[in-house]
Design a protein around this ligand. Structure first.
Ligand SMILES: [Ca+2]
Ligand SMILES: [Ca+2]
Length: 119
């Protein structure tokens, strides 16, 4: 009888551990984020004239914005990637004051999955 109770207790604790592991996994998926440097179109970690060239090439359909990383990192006003974004980055490179926080790292929530409660 005691042996049976120990076995039941073991099964219950294993089930609780499995449920907790599933819950943590679900939370980590829903919290997926990516970090970008605003204005870093080519993703090399710095903002320079090469990033302006990438934006211009994307706008001219000479380069694809695969995955949308250029738009996410360089659409400064949130109204779509356009030549004004390239111009604002050029102004930043010329050390004009910018209100777009070019060169700063920010997070972008790529997707958010619905919360799935553990039953
Ligand atoms: Ca860059
Ligand atoms: Ca824009």
């Amino acid at each position: 009888m005691i042996k049976r109770m120990r076995r039941m207790r073991m099964i219950v604790s294993l089930a609780a551990a499995a449920a907790m592991a599933f819950s943590v996994a679900a939370m980590s998926v829903s919290a997926a984020t990516e970090n970008y440097i605003r204005g870093d179109a080519n993703g090399d970690g710095t903002v320079n004239i090469n990033d302006v060239t990438v934006i211009q090439r994307v706008l001219a359909d000479l380069e694809k914005d695969t995955g949308g990383a250029v738009k996410r990192s360089c659409d400064l006003d949130g109204k779509g990637l356009d030549i004004a974004d390239a111009t604002n980055i050029q102004c930043y490179l010329a050390e004009f004051v910018s209100s777009y926080q070019i060169g700063k790292t920010f997070s972008f929530d790529e997707y958010e999955l619905p919360f799935i409660p553990v039953t």
